[in-house]
Design a protein. Structure first.
Length: 317
């Protein structure tokens, strides 16, 4: 800003400063420059004295540059605060004293305005908590994840050495979970191996197996969707044999008790649906044999049989 006389500058600046609290000096680095012809204007020490002693530490540091110059009619000063635009004062008096006082007041006013500026408010991201329930209203219930209570399963099985060298069939079962972590299960299952035909001499022998029993498993999760299990079964089986094409046709059915130890891998596909594969060994506690009078033994199970299967399981909650 430019004024025609230093008296007007001093009066105007004094009135404005008086509307604030007593002038506060920020932590400021004051740089005073004088042109060669403005040697009568104050040097840095004199200018700081004109601004007055004291200060405050509650505002940010400011850099102040003041320059005095001689003009053809008097003196001119320019004030730049913290890299802002320069502000000019002009006095046509033969002395620099009045201009120096007006410049000191202008600097103090600029610092007061900077100190009074409110700090920038940093708003947190819009992650407002859910509204609190009204007085007397129950808080919304948080639904816990349903607990798995058990599973239903259906699989195709292949038995190696049971009923015939290779016999295919089907198995179904249901199991309940015994603990909250679903590490232990106990279930019932049944298996059917349809009649397997074997040609012997001039005739045919058919052997079929049906039965079921108890199964207990210990399970361990691998990641979020895979379970590995070690299971043991105890099953009662009905082994039925029939002969055809011989001099005497015969049908017989006998009971057998078996034990099976197997491993199972289970992977969740979607929701409660999972697929699994299993492999184990079945040992008959009683080996039932079938014989034909003229031929001798026609069915003699091995001491241990292989058992494998692939199926689908559905959890229920």
């Amino acid at each position: 800003m430019e004024l025609d006389g230093v008296r007007a500058a001093v009066a105007a600046t004094t009135v404005v400063v008086a509307t604030f609290v007593p002038a506060r000096l920020a932590r400021a680095d004051v740089h005073v420059e004088r042109s060669a012809s403005a040697g009568s204007c104050p040097d840095p020490e004199e200018f700081v004295r004109l601004m007055g002693a004291g200060g405050t530490d509650d505002v940010e540091s400011s850099d102040i540059t003041v320059r005095f110059e001689r003009t053809t009619e008097g003196f001119r000063s320019s004030v730049r605060v913290s890299g802002g635009p320069p502000r000019s004062l002009v006095d046509d008096a033969p002395s620099c004293d009045g201009l120096a006082e007006a410049t000191a007041l202008a600097v103090k006013l600029a610092l007061d305005l900077e100190a009074a500026r409110p700090p920038a408010v940093v708003r947190p991201p819009d992650t407002a908590p859910p509204p609190a329930p009204a007085d007397g209203a129950p808080a919304p219930a948080v639904r816990a994840r349903p607990r798995t209570l058990g599973e239903l399963s259906l699989s195709g099985v292949v038995a190696l050495g049971l009923a015939s060298p290779v016999a295919a069939g089907v198995r179904a079962g249901a199991a309940v979970v015994l603990d909250r972590q679903a590490h232990w299960t106990l279930g019932l299952g049944g298996m059917v191996l349809p009649a397997q035909s074997t040609d012997i001499a001039e005739g045919t022998v058919d052997v079929s197996v049906q039965g079921g029993g108890l199964e207990g498993c210990g399970r361990a999760p691998i990641g979020r969707s895979v379970l590995l299990a070690l299971c043991a079964r105890a099953e009662g089986l009905r082994i039925a044999g029939a002969s055809r094409g011989f001099e005497r046709t015969d049908r017989q059915a006998r009971a057998s008790l078996t034990g099976t130890l197997l491993g199972r891998a289970r992977a969740t596909v979607a929701g409660p649906v999972a697929v699994f594969a299993e492999l184990g060994v079945t040992v008959p506690f009683v080996r039932q044999r079938f014989a034909i009078d003229t031929l001798g033994l026609v069915y003699d199970p091995p001491p241990a049989a292989g058992a494998t299967g692939i199926g689908v399981a559905i959890d229920f909650e």
